[in-house]
Design a binder for this molecule. Structure first.
Ligand code: 3PG
Length: 319
């Protein structure tokens, strides 16, 4: 019988994307089992019984998950960030972990500009706003999402700067800076595109936030964990000129709201009700179909091109 692949997405993909996944599974000789919008871990674990492959989004794949997937050979995070996957547990169980880099990059990049324009044009209230042209944008983390943001930014005649820990960038047209401090101090817009991991946790700290330019805008479509949220609260309160724009609700949103009061909150903080960077038909389809294709290539040909296991180099084993 064909290998069973479970589509385990608590946040469902667009219908058309799921249809495309079903078609790809048919063509590639895989049997699709869907457990979209599952209501409990039990429901998820029941679906994993006998499964060889699994496709997830931000769904938690922890040690317990892998215990409940005894036949699993491969799990693909349809998307970029894999901070939701316990790499150590997967590796111990011999499960190959992959992501689908770049497949949802354009969707995230377009959202960055949608949010920036909405802010710059005063939330479309008709009062006089400002333009992005001539402003500088600093990209923290320089992978495929940052490269898409850079492409769009140049279309707006913005100047692009980048910083990444490795010093490398997927976008060879932006000027790389040698420290994140330089980027925070000099850019009108700072847009975060780094992964969430032990190294990046809380890296947007008090010092960097305070150092931002007058009128600076911080855009976070990455993860809330990369920001020191206590510092964010403090700096937004102390600096009425700064703006925080995000599609990820900070854990201390209530406190920020309370500290700023209604009027300042409305001008300084723009936060969408749900995480939505990758929520487009195109990104859903690209990432989900790439995930199926990668699973088939791995199971039938041993192709491990997008395997994340080598990132265990950076893994801090618990002491
Ligand atoms: C990603 O890491 O690819 C994005 O954050 C998208 O996450 P999602 O699949 O939960 O929308």
């Amino acid at each position: 019988p064909p290998p069973v692949v479970v589509l385990a997405t608590v946040k469902p993909f667009a219908k058309e994307a799921v249809n495309a996944v079903a078609k790809a599974c048919d063509e590639l000789g895989l049997s699709l089992r869907k457990v979209e919008g599952y209501k409990s871990r039990e429901e998820l674990y029941a679906a994993l019984a006998g499964a060889t492959g699994c496709i997830i989004r931000s769904d938690t794949a922890d040690a317990d998950f892998f215990v409940n997937a005894p036949d699993l050979k491969i799990i693909v995070r349809a998307g970029a960030g894999y901070d939701n996957v316990d790499l150590e547990a997967a590796t111990r169980k011999g499960v190959c972990v992959m992501n689908t880099p770049g497949q949802n990059a354009n969707a995230v990049a377009e959202l960055v500009f949608g949010l920036l324009l909405y802010h710059a044009r005063r939330r479309l209230d008709g009062s006089s706003g400002f333009e992005l042209k001539g402003k500088s944008i600093g990209l923290v983390g320089c992978g495929r999402i940052a490269a898409s943001v850079g492409d769009i930014a140049r279309g707006f005649h913005m100047t692009c700067f980048g910083y990444s820990r490795s010093g490398r960038s997927q976008d060879n047209k932006c000027t790389m800076l040698s420290s994140p401090h330089e980027l925070f101090q000099n850019c009108d817009v700072v847009s975060l595109h780094m992964p969430s991991n032990i190294q990046s946790k809380g890296c947007v700290d008090r010092e960097k936030l305070y150092s931002m330019k007058q009128g600076g805008m911080l855009v976070n479509t990455a993860r809330k964990e990369v920001i020191d949220e206590d510092a964010l609260l403090e700096v937004l309160t102390a600096r009425p000129d700064l703006t925080y724009i995000t599609d990820i609700q900070p854990s201390n949103l209530d406190k920020i709201q309370e500290a700023l009061g209604q009027d300042r909150f409305a001008t300084q903080v723009l936060v969408t009700p749900k995480k939505m960077g990758a929520q487009t038909l195109e990104a859903n389809t690209n990432a989900a179909v790439a995930a199926v294709t990668q699973i088939a290539a791995y199971l039938f040909n041993g192709d491990n091109t997008y395997q994340i296991a080598t990132h265990l180099d950076n893994f801090h084993w618990p002491t």
